[in-house]
Design a protein around this ligand. Structure first.
Ligand SMILES: [Zn+2]
Length: 543
């Protein structure tokens, strides 16, 4: 097999060992030698030009380890990329204008209008079906909120789903209602996931899902992402990903590891059956597509006051945990016995305390293994939480894109006090000795790795770069941020021995940028472009 040498202006890679969470040094090189999908050598800076091999010269470029997005939703992202984009619609009038246009594009045959990413800040008061009926009265409209924790629908959609005043709220979810008890247009938490989600899934074909997966993978390759961890795998997404891998001879352009979503059914036996299903898939994975753990969603989101807080929101309400405390440990222990990794969504400080109570019992009382538990989001945490996580080896899995100042107004109002000034406190975790991995949680936020790094390093906005940064004291240095999206992200699921670094023996997963932000510190990361993405030595994207 021909050895390939990539030569560039600079090659950078995290240097310190994964155990040393405070070390942010970078290794430097001038070229990468690849053989058979693996890195076999890194050329020293300033050394002689390599001879006699397949040389790919990338003058002026920066080569980094491929970005690892360690919390994503591939099928939803692919579906979202096909929906009306509403994140930048600043008011109801603009949302309605875009929906009218989408309705017109459907023509006489009709169909369904799907939208995504709308912000609570864009609407005055609670969104209603009547607001959407003004724009689209005749076909169903389903609009995912930016955080994907609620769905806003019109009256035609309520009719299509058969939701009436007699429909009970599902477990862990709520249907908004008017004074008479009739459904009013909002489906919160599991009402959205299960009523709207199930209805739309019943309309979508395998072909639709296959196309969505292809869209998501292509979007990630173009963003320089070489590995992802899908954080809510289910039967339909798994089948679509498996078909996609099959079409490509078992390989994917992005390595996919997945946590199977286990939702509380109210029935302990049924909960354990979901864990058993995840364990079944975990047995026959490949390096390209495999189930590595389970995902448990402990609470909701701050924007909708459904995240579980130690103290109530500004309006006096609080979010109930989505898992009753008695139901959680049996599921966690059963998954752990099956050697499945545990990831728990915990946005509120109350929820991460619940997660840690269970994880401490797990780590302190059960058989030792390299379990790598993780907590997702951690938007507001108690003072002692980072140290508790460090003691038992829990990774903080956080999403800088969720802290974009452009989407923080409602978030701050709901908290209503000093808690809003201590949100998304990324550096506290490595300072306490806990591993920090960055991800995007796309499509709850844009999947662009460089925009994510921009927010991580500046606390500024990628959506509206003119906005002032929010709590810049929590920004992380570029070298640290880079490590959190490469080596630390790999370590969040035990892959730091082969992914997330440019060094001999590692998989040849690389991203090439058009310029070096370390050489031009004043340059915005938002101006950088991914020019090439390499996975296992093969170019999967070229600008
Ligand atoms: Zn997520």
């Amino acid at each position: 097999m021909t050895r390939t040498v990539l030569t560039a202006a600079n090659v950078l890679s995290p240097a310190a060992d994964a155990a040393d969470v405070t070390g942010f040094a970078l290794d430097q090189g001038s070229g990468v030698v690849i053989d058979g999908g693996t890195i076999v050598d890194v050329l020293p800076p300033g050394g002689p030009a390599p001879q006699g091999e397949r040389i790919v010269e990338l003058p002026g470029r920066l080569v980094l380890p491929g970005f690892i997005d360690s919390h994503v939703h591939l099928l939803w992202l692919g579906e979202a990329l096909g929906k009306v984009e509403l994140t930048d619609a600043r008011d109801l009038g603009e949302i309605q204008r875009r929906l009218r246009k989408a309705r017109a594009a459907l023509g006489d045959e009709g169909g369904v209008v799907l939208g995504r990413g709308w912000l609570f800040d864009a609407v005055e008061g609670e969104p209603t079906a009547a607001m959407l009926d003004e724009a689209v009265p005749d076909v169903p409209v389903f609009l995912d909120a930016n955080d994907l924790h609620s769905v806003w629908v019109n009256s035609a959609a309520l009719r299509a789903m058969g939701i009436t005043a007699d429909t009970p709220d599902p477990l862990g979810g709520r249907i908004s209602r008017d004074a008479t008890g009739a459904p009013a247009g909002m489906l919160y938490e599991r009402a959205g996931l299960e009523l709207a989600g199930a209805h739309l899934a019943s309309l979508a074909s395998d072909d639709d899902r296959d196309a969505a997966i292809e869209r998501a993978l292509a979007a990630y390759s173009a963003a320089g992402v070489t590995s992802v961890v899908d954080m809510a795998m289910d039967e339909l997404a798994w089948a679509a990903l498996s078909r996609c891998a099959e079409r490509r001879g078992g390989r994917l352009p992005v390595r996919v590891a997945a946590h199977w979503l286990v939702a509380d059914s109210g029935d302990p036996e049924q909960n354990l059956a979901q864990v058993a299903r995840a364990a079944e898939f975990a047995r026959d994975g490949s390096p390209w597509l495999r189930v590595i753990g389970i995902k448990l969603i402990l609470d909701g989101v701050i924007d909708a006051c459904t995240a579980t807080m130690v103290r109530p929101y500004a309006d006096g309400s609080n979010g109930e945990p989505l898992w009753p405390s008695a139901a959680l440990p049996p599921v966690v222990f059963a998954a752990d016995d099956a050697r499945l990794r545990i990831a728990m969504h915990a946005i509120g400080d109350g929820a991460s305390e619940l997660a840690l109570d269970v994880l401490e019992e797990l780590v302190d009382t059960r058989e030792r293994w390299d379990r790598r538990p993780r907590i997702e989001h951690l938007e507001v945490v108690s003072a002692e939480t980072p140290a508790r996580m460090a003691r038992i080896g829990v990774t903080a899995s956080m999403q800088p894109v969720h802290a974009d100042p452009a989407i923080q107004d409602n978030w701050r109002v709901q908290l209503g006090d000093e808690r809003a000034d201590h949100g998304f406190a990324w550096p506290l975790f490595p300072q306490a000795g806990a591993r920090l991995a960055f991800s995007t949680d796309a499509p709850t936020a844009p999947h662009h790795a460089l925009a994510n790094l921009h927010i991580a390093t500046t606390r500024g906005s990628a959506l509206q770069p003119e906005l002032p940064p929010a709590q810049p004291e929590y920004a992380v240095p570029l070298a640290a941020a880079l490590r959190h999206v490469t080596l630390d992200a790999a370590a969040s699921y035990g892959e730091e021995h082969r992914l997330g670094r440019i060094r001999a023996g590692y998989d040849a997963d690389l991203v090439v940028l058009d310029a070096d932000p370390f050489a031009e510190p004043e340059r915005s990361l938002l101006d950088l472009r991914v020019v090439r993405t390499v996975v296992a030595g093969e170019t999967v994207f070229e600008a």
